[in-house]
Design a protein around this ligand. Structure first.
Ligand code: AMP
Length: 484
């Protein structure tokens, strides 16, 4: 497409420099999600948008950001939170491209890399920050970034942000944001925990699903994976590692399976216990009490054993064996996803069960999407991300004066361990046990209505890095407290 091509009506309504950038990108028509979101965002609505990668969602929020911000105000006016550095880079690249003829300055900010380049970019002037919450918080805490002029906040891949454990960081970022702002949340799925996030950050939000117009979001996210019968238990562990549910009930059809799966999970170092039909109602309630109190993570049960117990607080239900009837599926999954929990229902389906499982969907009139099993590399990447999010959170909360003693003096030990194969194994063992002991906070606990979490303490002494610190060009004025 060339620079004189006709643009759609929606694009032609945009400021001329944005139209020019859109032409240069070769876009002539908005995608469905852009058609719905761009006008609503430009009107200032708070939105919850169900959109997948590949739908043009970045343009859907990138165009309004680039079109609405004040190019003459060199202060951060829009914040996009993204779960990974790859996404942050991609989104920042697209917003930079869309805003180039308006001189929009967009900076990607993410953890796991040095600070110098980011500090230089912030100091050179930033109007849009796109980044991972932890590192953004570092710059805020150090006073390098200020969000007093932020008018638009976007959560990109909100479900992933929560899944990787960024909730505590997002909660803290909220205290740096002005009350008066527009907030929009984009997520491939809208389970309960995403809606909880929206209740904390958004006001009178409208739901948008490009395919069906406005939708009521699904209560529970359902999906299934196809697995061979032989690898089922190993694949169950893969899914658990990938999804990292806070707690889950795992349904089997027979007592023998319950015993087998429980011991398999325990051998993999997972905190699992079983309830069988032989137990009294009181003993079953006790097992349930343990899982609710966070003293047990996985409960393996038959449908019969689980009958009559309240699983409404559980975030995840896993069908290790396919349900024997469509009603059983509803019974298994129908009671999760309440009380502010995530509501995730996963079924492991082996070849023979596929026909039956289709019937489950037809009878219950639900469409359950198939997902591929996560690969080893995907699982490792996720473990790595969770580990670094959690460790960064811990280090951030250590006062600077205590870091030398609590952290830095161990660096020579780490260096010598990392230099030898056996030492590497010791480090790996430390990582594994740290991950087991320190699960990320993935559930959004809402503050009581209309009470802002008071930012009682003054901002902490600036953190890492130890190098230069300067004020951001937009960093004038005191911090205001966000109320939503
Ligand atoms: P996203 O869903 O934001 O990751 O975008 C998926 C791809 O679609 C990206 O490569 C975008 O550059 C491209 N894209 C976004 N909007 C349009 C559009 N209106 N026309 C053509 N391509 C687009």
């Amino acid at each position: 497409m060339n620079e004189t091509s006709e643009l759609s009506e929606l694009f032609s309504d945009l400021p001329e420099p944005i139209q020019r950038a859109i032409r240069e990108l070769g876009w002539s028509q908005p995608t469905p999600v852009q058609s719905r979101v761009i006008p609503m965002m430009r009107r200032g609505c708070d939105l919850i948008v169900q959109a997948h990668t590949g739908s043009g969602k970045t343009g859907a929020f990138g165009i309004p950001i680039a079109a609405e911000l004040d190019p003459d105000l060199m202060a951060c006016q829009a914040l996009v939170m993204a779960p990974t550095r790859e996404l942050a880079n991609q989104v920042a690249g697209e917003i930079t491209a869309l805003g180039r003829h308006r001189g929009v300055r967009c900076v990607p900010i993410y953890g796991g890399v040095g600070y110098t380049q980011q500090i230089e970019a912030i100091d050179a002037g930033v109007q849009v920050v796109v980044g991972t919450p932890g590192r953004i918080l570092d710059h805020l805490g150090a006073g390098r970034l200020r969000f007093d002029d932020v008018k638009i906040v976007v959560f990109d891949e909100a479900d992933e942000l929560l899944s990787l454990g960024f909730w505590p960081d997002m909660r803290e970022i909220r205290t740096y944001l002005p009350d008066e702002r527009q907030s929009c949340l984009f997520s491939a799925t809208i389970p309960e925990r995403v809606r909880s996030l929206s209740r904390v950050f958004l006001r009178d939000a409208e739901y948008v699903s490009p395919s069906e117009g406005q939708i009521a979001p699904q209560e529970i996210e359902h999906y299934f994976v196809v697995t061979t019968a032989q690898e089922k238990e190993a694949n169950l562990v893969r899914i658990i590692e990938y999804e990292d549910p806070e707690s889950a009930i795992i349904f089997c059809n027979t007592k023998a399976d319950v015993r087998y799966v429980t011991s398999f999970l325990q051998r993999r170092g997972l905190d699992a216990d079983q309830i069988s039909g032989d137990l009294s109602q009181a003993a079953r309630e006790e097992a349930m009490g343990k899982i609710k109190a966070g003293k047990l993570r996985f409960l393996v049960a038959t449908d019969v054993a689980a009958r009559g117990i309240d699983i409404s607080r559980l975030s995840c239900v896993i069908g290790f064996t396919a349900p024997e009837s469509p009603e059983v599926y509803v019974h298994r999954t129908g009671r999760t996803g309440r009380m502010g929990t995530a509501g995730l229902a996963i079924s492991l389906i082996s070849g023979l069960d596929i026909g039956n499982f289709r019937q489950v969907q037809q009878v219950n009139r639900i469409q359950i999407a198939e997902r591929k099993l996560p690969t080893d590399a995907e699982i490792l990447e996720r473990l790595k991300e969770r580990l670094s999010v959690k460790i960064e959170q811990e280090v951030r909360h250590l006062p600077e004066s205590e870091r030398a003693w609590n952290v830095d003096r161990f660096i020579p030990i780490v260096e010598s361990l990392a230099a030898a194969p056996e030492g590497k194994r010791d480090l790996a063992a430390i990582c594994a046990s740290y991950l087991r002991e320190h699960r990320p906070e993935t559930t959004v606990i809402e503050p009581p209505p209309s009470s802002a979490p008071p930012r009682s303490a003054p901002p902490r002494e600036p953190d890492r890095p130890r190098g230069k610190r300067r004020r951001s060009p937009g960093g004038q004025g005191g911090r205001r407290r966000g109320r939503r």
